[in-house]
Structures are given as C-alpha cells and as structure tokens.
Design a protein around this ligand. Sequence first.
Ligand SMILES: [Zn+2]
Length: 137
Amino acid sequence: MVPAPPNSVAEAFSRGTRLKCPICSEGRLFSGLIRMQKICSVCGFQFERGQGYFLGSTYINYGVTTLLTTWTYLVLRLGFEVSKSVLIPSLAAFCVIFPVVFFRYARSLWLSFDCYFDKTGAMERVPEGEKSEDERL
Ligand SMILES: [Zn+2]
C-alpha cells in the first residue's frame, strides 16, 4: 500500500480510533500506555511535531468528556430519575478518570484529522523514498 493521508472523515476516524499511523494505517502510534513513537515504524511518517502541536487534542478530550457527562446526566436524571446524590459524585469521578483513559485516542484522532485536513503538510513528513510518483512531483 502506498502511504497516503486519509481520504474521508470515516477513514480519518478509523485510523484515529485504532491508534494507527494516519498515513499508512499500519504503524502503531504508541509503544506503551502513554509513550508515543517519534516516527512510524512502517512508513517513516514523523508523529513528533513542534511544541504544543498536541495541545489541540485536549479540545477533543474535553469535548468528548463534556458531551458524555452531560448526556449521561440528562438521561439518568430525567429519564430514569436517578438522584443527584448518586449522579454528581459518580460523574465527577468519570470526569477525572475518562480523560486519562481517552488521552491516547484524543491524540490519535487529532493527528489523523490534521492529516485529513492538511494533506500536503502531512506528506511533507513522509520520507521521500516512501512517497508515490505523484507526490514527489
Ligand atoms: Zn505509517
């Protein structure tokens, strides 16, 4: 397979949620629980960016946490009439634990969607030998 950035939102989402390289969709983004690889072991794509690049992933993490918390509160409180004394401490704990668990996925999704929206910038981070003829021109 020739390395290429995601061609659709679904493909970017798929590569992001599988924690795979956004260019070749085969290389793993993380070598451990929180340790991110610097380059893709399959295509050589540079995951490492400038300082602050992955700050944007906190927006994804925060947004998903907020949506899940709000949705869960509304469904359980209004739909099932669960008491506030049970809901609030439970959801507060969720708001602390979930972002830690979701951290890797937020980074992966951020990187994948960045490659989808900025295909040229993404391909500049792939070594010349891995690019197809069209991308070298
Ligand atoms: Zn790769």
